[in-house]
Write a protein that binds this ligand. Structure first.
Ligand code: ADE
Length: 230
């Protein structure tokens, strides 16, 4: 998958892109990430990317021109054009379902904002898919872009050492993951549940299913679909 990121702070991506599962996917060519600073698309001596909001008010607003020019430049070299994504708290909440949809794309173009926000015409003119990583306001889209790249990368075939591990995780079937243990069998008086030491795979599976259901009910009842009427 080809991933373009438009950002004013490309340098903050370096350790993220060279570490762990994302780092390996990057090394293996499973993902190719290109970082573009849209300040490079300004034409004035001050390299201005933002300006005061019309109508007054605090903060600065990201201007249309550098972002439009950067997107068009990247699009011109891409076939097919990448799925445009604008990171904003106003966007569609990122969940495993959206991640799975995005993982099917050949190419993504992720736009990270800073300051108070974007000129609305960036939304209207570039028609990106707007994505939020949660109901809070970040200082910029960059951490959100890393979340998005991470969650999509782990869904690409071959990204995880063992393909089963993505299928076993929380949310893959809309529920939370069961509790996990490793050696020793007892630590500070806390024992591993007997069933996990039993060697009975059927019993282990049953226990895990129950734990998933119970955890989801207690911690995230919002994830449980309402019962069918009738
Ligand atoms: N930019 C600032 N806050 C954000 C959020 N919650 N999600 C995505 N992008 C953002």
């Amino acid at each position: 998958m080809h991933i373009d990121v438009l950002t004013l702070f490309p340098e903050i991506f370096a350790p993220f892109l060279s570490t762990g599962i994302v780092g390996r996917a990057h090394d293996n060519g499973l993902i190719a990430v290109r970082l573009t600073n849209f300040r490079d698309f300004t034409h004035d001596v001050h390299r201005t990317v933002d300006d005061k909001p019309y109508g007054g008010g605090p903060g600065m607003v990201l201007k249309c021109q550098p972002i439009f020019d950067a997107v068009r430049h990247l699009d011109a070299n891409a076939d097919p054009p990448p799925q445009r994504i604008l990171l904003t708290p106003q966007g569609r909440p990122l969940d495993q379902q959206l991640a799975a949809e995005l993982a099917l794309q050949k190419a993504l173009l992720i736009i990270c904002g800073r300051y108070e926000g974007f000129d609305e015409r960036i939304r209207l003119g570039l028609k990106p898919l707007e994505v939020s990583v949660g109901d809070y306001v970040l200082s910029g889209g960059e951490p959100a872009a890393m979340v998005l790249i991470d969650v999509v990368t782990r869904l690409l075939p071959g990204a995880l050492g063992d393909d089963q591990s993505a299928a076993d995780e929380s949310f893959c079937d809309g529920t939370l993951e069961y509790p996990q243990y490793t050696r020793p069998a007892e630590f500070e008086n806390m024992k591993v549940p007997d069933v996990l030491l039993s060697g009975n795979h059927q019993e282990v599976d049953r226990w895990r299913q129950l734990q998933r259901a119970e955890r989801t009910r207690l911690r995230r009842p919002d994830l449980i679909p309402p019962a069918e009427p009738g």
